[in-house]
Design a protein around this ligand. Structure first.
Ligand code: CTP
Ligand code: CA
Length: 225
């Protein structure tokens, strides 16, 4: 028997993640959402736990099993996710925003199912949702904060822009223009950027990628703490 001691660079560290899509209700039976599967966020939660972190996973609606020894809180809308994150963020050392949060939600939620009318067109007014990761990164006692940037073009430019604009410590950029990676796929490729550095993680299973990413995050977290 081998009980090789596993390195636990995140032992004693509290880490919160968001994962999956959000659902923005139009009426009691309809919503606006996106194709996020939650796989990357759940893989990151498992990897963080394996590195010793105490993990809280705030998840939108997904069809995934909770990783062992991870505290999971289920939410639906962007506003729910925001409220849940803000309620628990004060005690966190690291925050990873992996969720595909809806940028807008219907201004009015009908309390009854919306009926079809004679009109051929329908207009739904949307209002901007709060930006969870930017709000966390603007806290006076902010945790070490990592965002994701899913882009279909000019990946590096948009990722670096988000890193700066949202005051993040790191950003993982994701090219979702090809269907072999990102969103619904089991594989992904990422480039991690931080002020003054970057590291490319080539196409791999989300599990393997999550381990590599968390190892880099743990290293950078300890470098600056
Ligand atoms: N994010 C968030 N709250 C939101 C929107 C996004 O926390 N309301 C987070 C995502 O979880 C991700 C990062 O912000 O970590 C970047 O998300 P992305 O959609 O790429 O960026 P946006 O700022 O929403 O810009 P755009 O969609 O126009 O590219
Ligand atoms: Ca967005």
């Amino acid at each position: 028997q081998h009980f090789a001691p596993k390195a636990q660079p995140l032992a004693g560290v509290k880490l919160m993640l968001t994962a999956g899509p959000t659902r923005e209700a139009l009426d009691p039976v309809r919503y606006i959402s996106n194709h996020s599967s939650g796989k990357m966020g759940f893989a990151l939660a498992a990897a963080a736990r394996a590195l010793g972190a105490e993990v809280t996973l705030v998840s939108g609606p997904v069809h995934l099993a909770t990783p062992a020894s991870v505290h999971r809180i289920d939410v639906e809308s962007a506003q729910n996710m925001f409220d849940t994150v803000m309620a628990g963020i004060a005690e966190q050392n690291i925050f990873i925003a992996c969720a595909a949060v809806a940028d807008y939600s219907p201004k009015m939620v009908a309390s009854h199912k919306i009926k079809k009318t004679h009109a051929d067109n329908m207009v739904v007014e949307l209002a901007k949702n709060p930006d969870i990761v930017a709000t966390v990164a603007a806290l006076p006692q902010k945790p070490f904060t990592i965002g994701f940037a899913a882009e279909t073009q000019e990946v590096e430019k948009y990722a670096l822009d988000k890193l700066t604009r949202k005051n993040l410590d790191m950003i993982a950029a994701n090219d979702v223009s090809s269907s072999d990676r990102g969103f619904n796929s089991d594989q992904n490729a990422l480039t991690l950027f931080w002020p003054g550095g970057q590291h490319r993680l080539p196409l791999a299973d989300k599990t393997a990628l999550a381990e590599q990413l968390l190892t880099l995050i743990a290293k950078r977290y300890h470098d600056i703490h």
